[in-house]
Ligand binder design. Structure first.
Ligand code: UDX
Length: 434
């Protein structure tokens, strides 16, 4: 099929590259020329394992190209995916301005087209957006009759760091459709994938995405709350998680306690769903609690350091890990940001290291960053691990201790072996160890 994808962010690039790999003719579209130039030269504008290889393969087979000529390529395709960003405003409400402008552009592009065309929203949007915002906007700008336009909503469930594998081996594909054209087109496009395909109306697809992310975020906040109790009662939460995870209704996934969840999805999506519920006069106590627990976790990490160091002022504290999780350079809503801000406010001298996230983090806080973890931890009174990169999991603890001034080691992700850390001579503390 001829596919156009508007937005070359995370979702757009992975969608475009994987659909091209299935043999479709894909054009990735963006207004930012430098991103398109990168794409066309076979470089990935974002860090994601396997993506650059897939882009290069697509360019070589000519199944994938990038362009800034949005209207022309929308017109020449059978199906257009909207993959633009949906950020939060200051009250947590979803900001639909990119969605609105993408649908206006599609509407203008379709003015000179005859026949059928399908438009599918892949961006995460609150229920009713596809039906009440995207569809009317396209119809108004294009002057098209409703019966020629296919309108769909097809959320993604990609995890950063394993997005290609998630896209190529999905647990399920949600096909939200408002008409038979969209239903037929999406089923045809996803025919090669043999997983369960759930067909529903667009607003259901929109809520499936928010409910899935909010449920996973709530699961993390729930285990963090129980892990905080375990700490006080001398119980190892990892054993509790193991016991819980053996129940197939609970599952063993997403039971890792620690500094809380970050990233571009969970915090934003929980806030957007809570705000959308509030606007419709529905109370969302679970969503509120999910965010509140998540705000507490980084503060617990700082408190652990404070209890061990006496006072924070003047102490040299090294933060290992700035990305919101390992194997990504994404630092959005990273828990490290909260920990570092609080430590600086309390007068600590903070140094930091991350294998991939330092350039992005520099744009948020101008903290002293070191090219290696060895340099970051030199003469530190305390080291705090905030992201469970393999590099940190395999730290040579003996030489770390020798490099440091003090022996306080706080593990915000339970990345290390507690017994080994204590045996080496560290004053080691982590969430949920008891
Ligand atoms: C998430 C969803 O998993 C994905 O389906 C959706 O499309 C986008 O949002 P992502 O943000 O890439 O993906 O990362 P994920 O691996 O889900 O982790 C999110 C955050 O939760 C990270 O900060 C991670 O450290 C934290 N987390 C995850 C925990 O604290 N404990 C866990 O057990 C799992």
């Amino acid at each position: 099929m001829k596919v156009s994808v508007i937005g070359t962010g995370y979702v757009g690039l992975v969608t475009g590259a994987t659909l091209a790999d299935l043999g479709n003719q894909v054009v990735c579209l963006d207004i930012l020329e430098e991103k398109i130039d990168m794409l066309n030269s076979g470089k990935s504008p974002i860090f994601e394992p396997g993506l650059e290889e897939l882009i290069q393969k697509g360019i070589k087979t000519k199944n994938l190209i990038g362009s800034i000529e949005i209207e022309q390529h929308v017109r020449n395709s059978d199906i257009t995916f909207i993959c633009v960003g949906t950020p939060s405003d200051k009250d947590g409400n979803i900001d639909l301005s990119y969605i609105k402008s993408a649908s206006s552009t599609i509407g203008r592009a379709l003015r000179d087209k005859s026949g059928e065309h399908t438009v599918v929203v892949k961006s995460t949007v609150v229920p009713l957006t596809t039906e009440d915002v995207v569809m009317p906007n396209i119809l108004k700008k294009s002057g098209w009759k409703r019966e020629n336009l296919g309108i769909g909503m097809n959320p993604e469930f990609l995890r950063e760091g394993s997005a290609i594998n998630d896209a190529q081996n999905p647990d399920r594909i949600v096909i939200g459709y408002a008409d038979e054209i969209a239903k037929k087109t999406l089923n045809h496009l996803y025919e090669p994938y043999k997983c369960t395909k759930l067909e529903c109306i667009p607003r259901t697809a929109e809520l499936i995405k928010y409910a899935s992310n909010s449920f996973l975020a709530a699961k993390i906040s729930f285990v963090n709350e129980i892990a905080n109790m375990s700490n006080i009662w001398g119980i190892d939460f990892q054993e509790v998680a193991e016991g819980m995870g053996l129940d197939s209704r609970i599952s063993a996934e997403f039971l890792r306690a620690g500094a809380g969840f970050g990233g571009s999805c969970f915090p934003k999506d929980v806030k957007a769903l809570a705000a959308a519920a509030k606007n419709s006069n529905v109370e969302s106590l679970m969503l509120k609690a999910t965010l509140e627990v998540n705000d507490i976790q980084p503060k617990i990490i700082v408190k652990m350091a404070e209890e061990r160091l006496g006072i924070i002022k003047g102490k040299k504290i090294a933060i290992l890990g700035l990305a919101f999780k390992p194997d990504t350079d994404d630092v959005r809503e990273s828990r490290s940001e909260i920990v570092i801000k609080e430590l600086i406010e309390k007068g600590a001298e903070v140094t930091a290291h991350d294998p991939e996230g330092m350039p992005n983090f520099k744009e948020i806080i101008d903290v002293s960053m070191m090219p290696t973890h060895e340099l970051a931890t030199e003469k530190a009174d305390c080291v705090i691990i905030m992201t469970e990169w393999n590099l940190y999991k395999n730290l040579d603890l003996r030489s770390l201790l020798q490099r440091m001034n003090g022996n306080v080691l706080i593990d915000g992700r339970r990345a290390l072996n507690a017994k080994e850390a204590e045996k080496t001579g560290f004053d080691y503390k982590t969430i949920g160890l008891g």
